[in-house]
Design a protein around this ligand. Structure first.
Ligand SMILES: *Cc1c(COP(=O)(O)O)cnc(C)c1O
Length: 352
C-alpha cells in the first residue's frame, strides 16, 4: 500500500516503531521533559519570537481551528476569512456557530488569490484575519508575507491554519506577524492523527485569557499546564512520543531542509506529470500536494483503479470536483522513485 494522500500519510519506520509500543503513564517528570523538548523544537521550526506560547491539543486539525476561534474571538470582533476552498469555508462555519461577525473574501475554484482585489478589504472595521496557509482542498498557497503585512497595517489578529503547510512551505511567525499558528500530527509530521500543535503570540495569549468560550480547548489552561510540560487532559501520548523523535530529527537537520525536501518532491512530480494529458491549475501551489485535473472527468474512475489494481491511494476531491480533480500528496515517507512509479501507472490507467 502506498499513500499519496494529504493525511494520514505514508509513515516513517521510526514512527511505526515508537507508535507500536505500550504507552507509558504521562503524569510524570519524564513525559513533562519530553513535551518541553517538543515545545522548544516546534517553536523554533516556525521561527516563533520569545514569549510565544505552545499547546499540544488532543484532537485533529479542525479541533485547533475551532479552538483558535473560540479562544481569541468574541461577538465584538469582526473576522475576515479567506475562503478559497473547503477549509476556508470551515473557518466561516466555525465563526457562524460562535456568532462571530465575519465577511469572506471568496476565491472561485482554479482562481488565484488577487492582492489587488483583496486591497478593498483594507481600512475596514475588521479585527482579525483567518487564513489556511494552504487550502488543501485546492492546493492553493496564500502569500503569508503579503497577508502578514496587511494584518500589521490594519491591526488585525492574524490566525493561520498551517495544518498542511507546516514543513511543506516556509513559515516565519516573527516576520509574518502571526498570532495563532497551528498544525496537526497526520500531515507532514507523518504521525497518527489525534494531536494538534498550536503556537500563540503574546497578543493571542492575552485574548485567550480574557475571551475563551471553550472548556476542553481553553488555551490559557493549556499554557499554564505546559509550564511543566503537561496538558490539562489526557495527552495523545503515543503520538507525542513519535512527535518527539520527529521534531528532534527535523531540529537537527534544520527545518529548511525538510521544506526543501517537499519542494523537491513537488517540483519533480509536477515536471513528470506534465507529460500526461492532465492539467495542473495555474495558481500558486503549496509543496504539500499537487492538484491534478482530469479533462475527461474520469478522476473517480482513475482513483478507483489505482486503489484496486495497485493499492495506491491518491486524494479524492469532494462535491462538484469529484470527477475533475485528484490531489497527489507530497508529505510523508515517499521517495522520488515512488513518484516515477505513480506517473507511470497514472499514464497506463489514463489510456484504458
Ligand atoms: C487536514 C487539514 C485540516 C484538519 O483536518 P482534520 O480532518 O480535522 O485533521 C485543517 N486545515 C487544513 C488546511 C488541512 O489540510
Amino acid at each position: 500500500m502506498k499513500l499519496f494522500t494529504v493525511g494520514p500519510v505514508q509513515m516513517y519506520p521510526e514512527t511505526l516503531k515508537i507508535e507500536g509500543k505500550q504507552l507509558p503513564y504521562f503524569r510524570t517528570q519524564e513525559f513533562g521533559a519530553l513535551m518541553k523538548d517538543c515545545e522548544e523544537w516546534f517553536l523554533r521550526s516556525v521561527y516563533a519570537p520569545e514569549g510565544t506560547g505552545f499547546a499540544a491539543l488532543t484532537c485533529s486539525g479542525t479541533g485547533a481551528m475551532d479552538a483558535a476561534v473560540a479562544n481569541t474571538l468574541t461577538q465584538n470582533d469582526k473576522a475576515l476569512i479567506i475562503n478559497g476552498g473547503s477549509f476556508g469555508k470551515r473557518f466561516a462555519e466555525i465563526c457562524e456557530l460562535y456568532k462571530i461577525p465575519y465577511d469572506t473574501y471568496d476565491i472561485a475554484f482554479q482562481e488565484a488569490f488577487s492582492q489587488k482585489a483583496f486591497q478593498s478589504y483594507a481600512k475596514k472595521s475588521y479585527t482579525a484575519l483567518l487564513v489556511n496557509a494552504c487550502d488543501t482542498s485546492t492546493g492553493q498557497k496564500y502569500d503569508l508575507d503579503f497577508l502578514g503585512a496587511f494584518c500589521r497595517e490594519n491591526d488585525l489578529l492574524f490566525i493561520v491554519d498551517a495544518v498542511s503547510a507546516y514543513l511543506a512551505d516556509p513559515i516565519n511567525m516573527e516576520q509574518q506577524g502571526i498570532d495563532v499558528l497551528f498544525t496537526a500530527s497526520q500531515k507532514a509530521l507523518s504521525l497518527s492523527p489525534g494531536a494538534a500543535l498550536v503556537a500563540l503570540s503574546k497578543k493571542a495569549q492575552l485574548r485567550a485569557e480574557q475571551n475563551a468560550s471553550t472548556y476542553y480547548f481553553n488555551f490559557h489552561s493549556y499554557l499554564e499546564n505546559q509550564k511543566r510540560g503537561q496538558p490539562p487532559f489526557t495527552s495523545a501520548i503515543g503520538t507525542m512520543l513519535a512527535l518527539h523523535q520527529r521534531l528532534a530529527s527535523i531540529s537537527e537537520k534544520g527545518v529548511a531542509e525538510e521544506i526543501a525536501l517537499h519542494a523537491q518532491r513537488a517540483k519533480y512530480f509536477r515536471e513528470k506529470v506534465s507529460a500526461l494529458p492532465l492539467q495542473i491549475p495555474d495558481i500558486p501551489l503549496s509543496n504539500c500536494c499537487t492538484p491534478i485535473l482530469f479533462p475527461d472527468k474520469n478522476a473517480t474512475a482513475v482513483y478507483d483503479r489505482l486503489k484496486e489494481n495497485y493499492e495506491i491511494f491518491l486524494t479524492p476531491s469532494g462535491g462538484d470536483w469529484k470527477d475533475l480533480q485528484l490531489r497527489v500528496g507530497h508529505m510523508g515517507n515517499l521517495t522520488l522513485e515512488d513518484f516515477d512509479i505513480l506517473v507511470d501507472l497514472l499514464g497506463k490507467e489514463l489510456q484504458k
